[in-house]
Design a protein around this ligand. Sequence first.
Ligand code: 3H9
Length: 694
Amino acid sequence: MPVHVDLRDGVAVLTLDRPPVNSLDLTLRRDLRAALAMVMTNPAVQAVVLTGGTRHFSAGADIEEFASGVRGGATAVPTLPDVIIDLDQAAKPVVAAIAGTCLGGGLEVALGCHHRVVAPNASLGLPEVKLGILPGAGGTQRLPRAIGVNAALDMILSGTPVNAAKAAKLGLATLSTGDLIEDAVAVARQAARDGAKPRLSLQRAEMPADAGADWFQQRMNGLKRPLPAPLACIEAVRAAVELPFNQGLQKEFNLFRELVVTPESKALQYAFFAERRAARIDGLAADARPRAIERVAVIGAGTMGSGIATVAANAGLEVILLDRDEASVRKGLAGITKSYESAVAKGRMDEAERDRRLGRLHTATDLAACAAVDLVIEAAFEDMGVKQDIFRTLDKVCGPDTILASNTSTLDLDAIADITSRPENVVGLHFFSPAPVMRLLEVVRGAKTAPAVLATAMTLSRKLGKVGVVAGVCNGFIGNRMVEELLRQAYFLVDEGLLPWQVDGALERWGMAMGPFATMDLAGNDIGRAIRVGRAAAGDDRPYSTFPDKVCALGRFGQKTGKGYYQYDPATRARETDPEIDALAQAHAKEIGLPPRVIGDDEIVARCLLALANEGAALLGEGIAQRASDIDVVYLNGYGFPAHKGGPMYHADSLGLENVLRLMEGFLGGYQGQFWRPAPLLWEKASAGRRLTA
Ligand code: 3H9
């Protein structure tokens, strides 16, 4: 039974028990309803406490049920709103005792109870908008009644949970200072004595004091992206203010039913499970136990190394930051200290926490300092000779079980591993810049990487708060190898007469966080050039536009030089188009000399995104990526691909692979068409009527 009932001297304690996270599927809903009915009719029970154990009160509705028919479906009776109405209208007081996560439908259940008591580890939120839906079980109606319309809408639109202290401050719950269940039982007993059953459904939702008549319209206008879900959230909260409770509830559920089948929501649901699937390593021996990692050394105190050291210190690891000389490590440490100071100044961190994190950071200038660490992450200059030298020394100074990781983004990890006597203890940990911000971590599996080392790296990625994705060894691994094909197309589009801002504009209008030219300006055009030079030297002589080299020749390396494909305001870093680049692009296209033609957004987007999907299919066929959804996880977390489009592979599936092939066939006959030969796997899947992400 997923709901346990325990009688404590007149108070029934109902404990949800559906591992791993108490998601509210049909069975749990039925069971909870039955348990409630039973305790309501039991004369020995005066009040009820509803809890979910110590880690997860509930993670909300069962997202798997959103695919119609799975486990009965989200709209199968009793629906979650039905069960919550039972709680709301219960004849005896019901107190939610909340520890751990209380999200989505979980918080809606708690809002249906008459009182809420929270443990210090509680985290309460309505993250539905991140799944392209809205809270559909009363959240948009009861939360505004509990904490006011403005604070409720902030929580609903951001999807970000609040901690226990904030929940108490908002008036959402009472903070338990002792034993959660005992405290909740005491509240329940008192409520039974007082006959107190405060019902949010009977309260009014308070508008902000200074709200004008167009307040909701203004919130809509202020949305960064007016996607269906946030718009519907605002509409539903407006109903909480303007309609009687039951009508508001009905409106909310109708909106939920409409949203849950939109392409945006389907893509976001896919992305949710794709991220969790990425944590699984195919074919890993059952005895591949992750090793404990407590002490880490990071080699290279530049931007990347310092960022990685910050991430490790934030996660509670002891860190040694190394560079060749005192001045470099001191500079690295000063940068880290400055970023902590800024977090304190902004109120994001208290001073004690800053000191704890800084206390974990140590510095050294000699690789011998790595002797006693569990893991070394090398983030030195991207040069094979430099890296091999470092690994040769590490092999000598480190203990036999120390894992040696390289942050290389393009070099052959196996050539680095083979320089050591322990290639099985070598793995790639490719962080993305800025490391403390970017969630993606490519975990590169060398030819000889031991299963336990791979498992350790994936476990560590979670501990560091990153989304780890396993990649095999190849030039650029998953993300950068694919982006190369997107860039190739973006530059060819300039050969054909487009201006960089036109290419970026089309992709940004489609939903990419940043177009390829703006991205290269951020990453550094000189870095892009170095990669191209490296590839050419390695024998990759596939044609590339000469346009990016012309831009580099002007010293326009991007944001760091104030100019790249755009010019940047030195104070705000705001980008602006630059007539010099427009003129350069036009002269370049003239030199190429193609007959002029109109190239619309559709073609720009299709060429850039299908170039990604085709290369992704090639990677998949070569076994570099484990599954198509892993590739999407890389793009969603490292390359600004819009989550509501699912990722490049999911996007190709959404277009239909036959249509993808048809489009590619059209491009094959165009300028530099040789790049449009479909990857064998794409061809196979399309011919079999299958999907890449199936
Ligand atoms: C909702 O409530 C709609 C209502 O308003 C209206 C209804 C009418 N469903 O993340 P983890 C699985 S929408 C199904 O690795 P953590 C997850 O797939 C819901 N499965 O653990 C994984 O499975 P596996 C709103 C779920 O400790 C396992 O649990 N709620 C759900 O790092 C462990 O997950 C949300 O959006 C679910 N709701 O993080 C919250 N949740 O082991 C979504 C998890 O097979 N969940 N699973 O790979 C989360 O944010 C995190 O899972 C949580 C735990 C923070 C709870």
